[in-house]
Design a protein around this ligand. Sequence first.
Ligand code: SF4
Length: 191
Amino acid sequence: MLKTVNKHLIKTYFHKNITIEHKQLQIPTNEILTYLQPDKFNSLCKEGCSNFNKKWTCPPNCPPFTEYAKNFSQINLHLFYTRTDQFNFIEAKNRGLKAYNFIKEELQSYLHDIESENNIMIAANSCEICSPCALASGKNCPMPEKIRYNLVAFGFNVNAIMNDLFQYELKWLDKDKAPDYISSLAAILQK
Ligand code: SF4
């Protein structure tokens, strides 16, 4: 079993302290290719996501991962997860989504801070700099240097990565009830 680095962070959300568990694992980039299935997962995006072909960072507009990552020898995976009962001050029907958005933003902020000229973030979700994305009106991205793709858009099986590499079971958001834990996965590609 690969060894993860485990830490936790305390962050503040609406003046409440929230503990976020942080697992980290670095592997050679070619070892993550086991989990790359763009045909399958891009099809799921096409069938079920309103962002399909509406954002420059979403399928079918993101480059093949193997091309994008060819100059990066290592991938450093970062999993953030947190207990949703820490968000009990939010009404139950909105709790899961609010908790998810909170840790997703915290993860992206954490990874943005450690980006450098030798590495680049693979984000936790699609680009949200403009709303809507310029692609929705057929325009080029005005800030291509800020584009960060994400694992799902590349076609990775995020569920399997969490299960196999982090021994973490992904819990899906339910419409009316938050799962016990909520999580977000992103990465840093390193030269
Ligand atoms: S920066 Fe704006 S136009 Fe470019 S990918 Fe992101 S949301 Fe779309």
